[in-house]
Design a protein around this ligand. Structure first.
Ligand code: ATP
Length: 229
């Protein structure tokens, strides 16, 4: 019998609640996330998936509870400085420079990381090798998503926060996405993904957020709805 203690979670959400626009979006969420694991956030439009990711990225604070990274509260400034360097954020806003080439769009981020040499292999893996010297403005939506994923690989940070990563990808693109997620986890990385479209992520934890209810009707709403003619 082994008496070795299990490792503490890399990320721990402890009774986390979150408000947005004066509405309660998340209530008392508890999740332990270990190296190599994946958390999938699902739920209808407006249920709070992006809000959840934004909170993990430190763009907003929990209204109650704590998010701990290596046992430290990420809202403490000394901790946040280190924590944010662990994050790789992919969102629908793609931050692609239209007049830069595809390779420059990736290398620019890699350079900011003080890294070198991963951009071209990442671009090739994502199937954009032949387009590397083209301007980004000529890319299709799916190719832009592939470019974002290449950037994710080139930057190579341990915690991936992915907001609808499969949107606009074709079947092969989704398979590549599933592959790079599996590889990242195999190396001990963490993946937290908000998605409507089913993605094949082995042994993932699933957090289904309940649908939002419309907020209470105010006097202004009622006046707006009055048909005064
Ligand atoms: N910029 C904002 N300011 C205030 N409230 C917002 C803002 N963006 C979203 N919300 C509100 O927060 C709630 C959760 O939105 P969120 O974007 O997190 O949902 P989601 O599950 O990611 O939705 P979708 O599936 O449509 O992407 C919604 O009720 C929405 O109206």
């Amino acid at each position: 019998m082994s008496l070795r203690k299990p490792p503490p979670p890399r990320l721990l959400l402890d009774q986390v609640s979150c408000m947005r626009n004066a509405q309660q979006i998340l209530r008392n969420v508890n999740v332990s996330i270990h190296d190599g694991s994946a958390l999938v956030l699902s739920g209808s439009n407006g249920s709070g998936k992006t809000t959840f990711l934004r909170m993990l990225a430190g763009f907003s604070r929990p209204s109650a509870g704590r998010i701990l990274w290596n046992g430290h509260d990420i809202t403490e400034s000394g901790v946040f400085h280190q924590y944010k360097l662990q994050l790789n954020w992919l969102s629908l806003k793609d931050a692609i420079k239209e007049n830069f080439t595809i390779i420059d769009n990736v290398q620019w981020f890699e350079l900011l990381e003080g890294k070198h040499g991963k951009s071209m292999p990442a671009i090739e893996l994502m199937g954009l090798g032949r387009l590397a010297k083209e301007k980004a403005k000529m890319l299709s939506m799916g190719q832009r998503k592939r470019l974002q994923l290449a950037r994710l690989l080139a930057i190579d940070r341990p915690i991936w926060l992915l907001d609808e990563p499969s949107v606009a990808l074709d079947d092969d693109g989704v398979k590549l996405l599933e592959y790079i997620i599996a590889e990242h986890r195999r190396k001990g990385g963490i993946v937290i993904v908000a998605t409507h479209i089913p993605i094949d992520i082995e042994d993932s934890m699933i957090l289904r957020l309940p649908p939002r209810f419309p907020r209470r009707i105010t006097l202004v709403d009622m006046l707006d709805r009055c048909d005064i003619s």
